[in-house]
Design a binder for this molecule. Structure first.
Ligand code: RB5
Length: 153
């Protein structure tokens, strides 16, 4: 798969671990940074990854910040993004299987490098199961469409 990854300055090392894991699984990874020592506000890179995934330029996105929370909130403001913060592999797996999550976020101040690799592995290996889950994800899409229409009217 084509994977895009970014973080803020609080999660540079964890992001590199996550990117390495994705590459080890055979995926093509584009890393948006930041470089070590470069400060980036998390909403900027959360939105950047969200837009690229929502546009279909990448199959899935990976994010990291101090907690994983702020950058995932930013990504979720992009229509079509279903970003999840995970601190353990089970939720990462189920977020793909049931929620068709398309962006995974991890907190560098919460999760160590080995656990982050496991979380990334589960997220990238699991597949959306469709069926009843597709109907429920469709309901989320409807909420998003209704919100977009309300903001236009
Ligand atoms: C940056 O200090 C920190 O606020 C950020 O990385 C993240 O934890 C926000 O949710």
């Amino acid at each position: 798969m084509r994977i895009v990854i970014a973080s803020d300055h609080a999660a540079v090392e964890l992001r590199q671990e996550m990117a390495d894991e994705a590459r080890a699984l055979g995926h093509e990874v584009t890393d948006l940074g930041p470089a070590p020592g470069e400060a980036v506000d998390y909403p900027v890179n959360g939105a950047a990854v969200g837009r690229l995934v929502a546009a279909g330029e990448y199959d899935l996105g990976l994010l990291a910040c101090g907690t994983g929370v702020g950058i995932s909130i930013a990504a979720n403001k992009v229509r079509g993004v279903r970003a999840v913060v995970c601190s353990e592999p089970y939720s990462a797996k189920l977020s793909r299987q049931h929620n068709n999550a398309n962006v995974l976020s991890v907190g560098a101040r919460v999760v160590g490098p080995g656990l982050a690799r496991l979380i990334v592995r589960e997220f990238l290996t699991a597949e959306f199961e469709g069926g009843r889950h597709a109907r429920r994800v469709g309901l989320i899409d409807e909420l998003e469409s209704a919100a977009a229409e309300a903001s236009l009217s």
